[in-house]
Ligand binder design. Structure first.
Ligand SMILES: Cc1cc2nc3c(=O)[nH]c(=O)nc-3n(C[C@H](O)[C@H](O)[C@H](O)COP(=O)(O)OP(=O)(O)OC[C@H]3O[C@@H](n4cnc5c(N)ncnc54)[C@H](O)[C@@H]3O)c2cc1C
Length: 546
């Protein structure tokens, strides 16, 4: 037993068990973190609320749930064996395939023996005397660890709409995140969908094929562009395998870790004809190219953004037969790409079906849910099934739902009331030995590419602690203030930061989340990585280590 482990296991008599590290969450991030902790020779336990592993891909079983990232750019890159063994079925895999993949990973690396499912963490408290954390589950069991690693997701705290009478509905109802494991039949049913974000779009386009009648309640339309999914042939998979080094090298270089990279030209450097031809090509290509691979100025220049928004609006008008419905589906309060762009498959055509109705709740607000359906200001609708596609309390929501207390009993939720304050998106001041994988203010993008980096950075820091007998890792107040200021400065000029969305921490259904905040690192992922690497290279001198 090394010095570090010895110190860990000698503390916390009232706790059932002691570990070097406790990880919360068994999604893409938590699974990989566990793998790396094992390699370091640390004892670790992962607590997961769900009954299985997979995080996002365990929970979101709603019809049509799938990637907008290319499957083969999303999978883990760390294991050549895994890359060789796993065969992706579709270019943009559906939830069942991704859940199978993450279970395969858990089995292949024998991760399950350290993962405790059905274990919801309600609190995590730091003790300065022992320099350890005590984690409490909802059944009262307590566990101790030197290090607390949060891998609790950015879109994992679902929110219900604040509408009176939700609990009175006598039919079936479900939030997309909590979709049941048993199949749900839509045949002949009168179905309501509340919400028109990314999950709603995937749900609507999928169930529209089967429903008796579908009513979509829309508050804010979202810009969406075609996904162009397809099955992967054996030959394509062979080619993808051969190109993995090239694919990951590309994702390593791009701004958002996708295979797509902004075109270095400005919208205004080309003729209108060239511009249209470029946009037609992007619109016809699979994936996020239209968002992440567009002209460099569409997300920062209002006029450039107005041009691409106009292009997408014209597409919607072409695809939706009724001009009044098309107009309702065209966003007016934000430009294309300034919110996370949902990718769709025949979504707009759904509104050409005679059994589908779009209700704009700005015109006729929902007054309440009734035992039989939904009452708006002008009528009452009867439904057999209500689907709440009302999204998440994003980025900080999963933190707010755990009673996390640091030095002097300081509550993380209070510290972050006006917005998160972090160092590199990984540490928070006053919360020693708590390390956040993919925390707020960290570089985001094609998720596993960013999460692998985050896990590896955290692992490097823990290796440093192990090798130097350190028992306390903390961010300095100056470090947190400087990083938080840096994030605010980077956020300036990004049109997305001038819009209410989950990316700016706004959720009308959550108290105290009506004001925009800077939640994300606004620079490119390569610059984020460079800044984090610099901290490692100078021996973590910017941290307070003891
Ligand atoms: C519908 C949907 C589609 C998406 N599509 C894409 C995509 O195409 N490309 C992309 O890059 N990203 C996508 N994302 C983002 C997605 O969340 C990430 O890709 C990735 O899955 C996040 O992994 P994670 O492990 O960090 O978090 P999660 O997968 O969210 O896992 C966090 C886990 O922590 C657990 N947890 C949280 N709090 C507690 C607690 N208190 N106690 C115990 N356990 C807890 C949760 O139950 C969950 O299982 C999508 C997200 C959603 C919701």
């Amino acid at each position: 037993m090394d010095a570090l482990t010895e110190t860990f296991t000698s503390t916390g008599a009232a706790r059932s068990q002691e570990y070097d590290a406790i990880v919360i969450g068994a999604g893409v991030s938590g699974l990989y973190q566990l793998y790396r902790l094992r390699e370091l020779g640390l004892t670790a336990r992962v607590f997961e609320s769900g009954t299985g592993v997979g995080g996002t891909w365990y929970w979101n079983r709603y019809p049509g749930a799938r990637f907008d990232s290319e499957s083969w750019s999303y999978g883990y890159s760390f294991s050549p064996d895994l890359l060789e063994e796993w065969t992706w079925q579709e270019h943009f895999a559906g939830q069942p395939e991704t859940e199978r993949y993450l279970n395969y990973v858990a089995d292949k690396f024998d991760l399950r023996r350290d993962i405790q499912c059905s274990s919801h963490v309600t609190s995590a408290h730091y003790n300065e005397d022992t320099r350890t954390w005590t984690v409490t589950l909802d059944d009262g069991r307590r566990y101790g660890a030197r290090f607390l690693i949060t891998a609790i997701g950015v879109l994992s705290a679902p929110t219900m709409p604040r509408i009176a009478g939700v609990e009175t509905f006598k039919g079936q109802s479900c939030h997309t995140h909590y979709w049941p494991k048993q199949p749900v039949s839509f045949t002949g049913k009168r179905v309501a969908v509340i919400g028109t974000g990314a999950t709603a779009i995937q749900t609507i386009q999928t169930i529209a094929k089967d429903v008796g009648h579908l009513t979509v309640f829309q508050r804010t339309p979202n810009w969406a562009a075609p996904l162009h999914n397809a099955r992967i042939t054996d030959e394509e998979m062979r080619d993808i395998r051969a190109r993995y080094p090239e694919i990951f090298a590309r994702c390593y270089e791009t701004n958002g870790c996708f295979i797509h990279q902004p075109d270095p030209r400005s919208v205004f450097e080309v003729t209108p004809e060239e511009r249209e031809a470029f946009w037609e090509r992007l619109y016809a290509e699979p994936g996020f190219g239209i968002w992440q691979g567009n002209f460099r100025d569409i997300l920062v220049d209002r006029e450039a953004n107005a041009l691409i928004s106009d292009f997408i609006a014209r597409k919607i008008r072409q695809r939706v037969k009724d001009p009044a419905v098309a107009d309702k589906l065209i966003p007016k309060n934000h430009g294309f790409g300034t919110r996370r762009v949902p990718l769709e498959t025949h979504y707009f055509e759904v509104y050409n079906q005679p059994n589908v109705k779009l209700v704009d709740i700005n015109e006729t607000p929902i007054e309440c849910i009734t035992p039989t359906g939904i009452r708006t200001s002008d009528t009452e609708y009867a439904f057999d099934l209500i689907i709440y596609a009302t999204g998440f309390d994003a980025i900080t929501g999963s933190f707010d739902r755990i009673d996390i207390r640091g030095v002097d009993d300081r509550r993380l939720k209070d510290e972050w009331r006006d917005g998160p304050q972090t160092y590199l998106g990984i540490l928070a001041e006053g919360f020693p030995n708590m390390l956040m994988v993919m925390g707020p203010h960290a570089g985001l993008g094609n998720f596993p590419r960013a999460a692998e980096y985050s896990v590896e950075w955290v692992t490097g820091l823990l290796r440093h602690a192990r090798d130097n007998g350190l028992t306390r890792i903390a961010a300095t107040p100056a470090g947190v203030a400087a990083w938080t200021d840096h994030i605010a400065a980077l956020g300036k000029g990004l049109l997305s930061n001038e819009i209410d969305s989950w990316m700016t921490g706004v959720n009308q259904n959550v108290e105290g989340k009506q004001v925009r905040r800077i939640m994300r690192y606004g620079g490119t992922f390569p610059s984020f990585r460079q800044q984090c690497d610099a901290v490692t290279a100078n021996g973590y001198r910017d941290l307070a280590l003891a």
